[in-house]
Design a binder for this molecule. Structure first.
Ligand SMILES: *[C@@H]1O[C@H](CO)[C@@H](O)[C@H](O)[C@H]1NC(C)=O
Ligand SMILES: *[C@@H]1O[C@H](CO)[C@@H](O)[C@H](O)[C@H]1NC(C)=O
Length: 195
């Protein structure tokens, strides 16, 4: 048990020192967020994929490349935006965004994985560093008919609601209308008598 604790402590220490070493190296460090803006993803309708890349390091990232290979052409048509984007320089503390608009061609469940970021951690760096954006995860592309059904279901709800509330408005109105007519008839009778 104590051996296990010592082991865990050592592993923790190794991870901590590695982290510290990476920090003291300095340079650019990119964090990428990939998100899908739509709540419902419908076959044949636009889907907006947004990429936000932040440089949380202390040097400018050079030759930043965003590579999105996660949307197979059999399943998605590109409406606008690029799957491969390049920025010459991203200063520390700065961010860039890119929007890709796609049209799903089929109904299916799809695992939206991460996109790849390649960049140089500084102007002097020789090799390039690879990072990954976050993954939106599993998304389900639904049929247009299902989408319509969702809406007509809501329309049905409103219709039912309307039909249930109508008597409570109509009945008092009819009563009021009947009484108004009765009184105006009386009034016109009496006015005729007075003439
Ligand atoms: C991203 O950059 C813009 C300017 O380009 C800035 O206004 C915005 O605050 C930045 N966003 C974050 C989260 O740092
Ligand atoms: C989705 O993809 C990621 C990475 O590509 C993987 O780790 C994960 O297990 C996948 N999820 C499902 C439900 O297949």
């Amino acid at each position: 048990m104590s051996q296990l604790t010592a082991c865990a402590f050592l592993i923790g220490l190794v991870i901590f020192t590695c982290g510290a070493a990476a920090d003291s190296d300095g340079g650019a460090q990119l964090i990428g967020v990939k998100s899908i803006a739509n709540n419902l993803i419908v076959k044949g309708m636009d889907v907006t994929v947004q990429y936000d890349i932040y440089n949380v390091g202390d040097k400018a990232a050079m030759n930043v490349q965003l590579e999105e290979d996660g949307f197979p052409i059999d399943y998605f048509a590109v409406r606008s935006g690029f799957q491969h984007v390049r920025w010459t320089r991203l200063p520390p503390g700065a961010n860039v965004s890119h929007t890709l608009i796609l049209t799903p061609l089929q109904t299916f469940v799809f695992n939206a994985s991460h996109a790849v970021m390649r960049y140089k951690v500084s102007d002097e760096a020789t090799g390039s560093t690879v990072g990954y954006t976050t993954s939106p995860g599993e998304i389900a592309v639904i049929e247009t008919a299902d989408y319509d059904r969702q809406f007509s279901a809501h329309a049905m709800d409103w219709l039912t609601f309307g039909m249930m509330t109508t008597p409570s408005i109509i009945i008092p109105f009819l009563l009021w209308y009947a009484s108004v007519r009765k009184y105006s008839n009386l009034a016109s009778h009496s006015s005729r008598k007075n003439n």
